[in-house]
Write a new protein. Structure first.
Length: 282
């Protein structure tokens, strides 16, 4: 039996980590993090259409997901948790290269959960949705909320922040797939290392961003892939007031005072890398 609803779409925006510290390893094998997620106004798009039976297809960038697409996993989790089977056609228009450290897959998974919850005869409450999101991946709960959030735990304990500066972001995405698992292994963090998180209040201003923030994955990733480290220096040389690796990479981004400065810097990278100018969403 088909369902009647009007076809709709949900943007699966990307994020960057404005900072990322690893506070210690947990007994469950994961790591406690302290990070600041910033949602950006660029990413994939998911389309939801009524259908007689469930189907899923991908358009845009083609890549081999080995049959383990997070959208399908999200659908399975949602149906199991809600006890409802939802006949729907989902199309993922893929723009974000996989493995680039800006949350493309996580955002897709979150968008599927939100889309299904919009049309489910008996929607799940927010807490149930967040539980499913965390089962999909550590970054997925962030994408249910978006904006600017400090993430602790594995990234699921979220505190909303305010951005106290204007900036245009330039993403530079090299064709290097970084394994997060390998990045963590290279860090060699002892089980006992427990460190205090960042403290900077609810307002993130430019001064604290530039002065205190860092991504601790940079040391190992720049060592494993020197080309990625070069990109950070290039962004700073091209006028970014802050530049960093996002997550465990491979994306490196710069923040610029104006769209014009970001565009000028983009021309430096454009023939060699996938680049994207984008803006923070508050």
């Amino acid at each position: 039996m088909g369902m009647s609803f009007r076809a709709f779409s949900i943007p699966a925006h990307t994020k960057v980590n404005l900072a990322l510290r690893i506070l210690g390893k947990r007994a469950d094998g994961y790591h406690n993090l302290d990070t600041v997620f910033q949602e950006l106004d660029w990413g994939d798009v998911l389309y939801f259409e009524p259908a007689d039976q469930f189907s899923f297809e991908m358009t845009g960038l083609s890549f081999d997901d080995g049959g383990h697409n997070i959208c399908l996993h999200a659908m399975e989790l949602f149906e199991a948790a809600s006890g409802q089977s939802i006949p729907i056609k989902i199309t993922l228009d893929k723009k974000v290269p996989p493995g680039s450290g800006i949350g493309g897959g996580s955002a897709d998974g979150a968008a599927v959960l939100m889309g299904l919850n919009q049309i489910a005869p008996a929607p799940l409450d927010q807490q149930a949705l967040e539980d499913l999101a965390l089962r999909l991946g550590a970054d997925v709960p962030f994408f249910l909320k978006g904006g600017l959030q400090q993430g602790q735990g594995v990234g699921e304990k979220l505190t909303e922040l305010e951005l106290g500066f204007k900036g245009t972001f330039l993403l530079v995405i090299p064709p290097i797939h970084v394994s997060t698992k390998q990045a963590f292994e290279a860090l060699k963090i002892p089980l006992t290392a427990h460190r205090p998180p960042f403290t900077f209040g609810r307002l993130l201003d430019k001064a604290s961003l530039v002065r205190f923030f860092e991504n601790e994955f940079e040391s190992v990733i720049f060592h494993m892939h020197p080309e990625i480290g070069t990109l950070k220096n290039d962004l700073l040389n091209q006028g970014a007031f802050y530049a960093s690796l996002s997550g465990s990479g491979s994306t490196v981004y710069g923040i610029f005072d104006s769209p014009e400065k970001a565009q000028a810097a983009q021309s430096f990278f454009i023939n060699r890398y996938h680049t994207q100018i984008t803006h923070p969403i508050s």
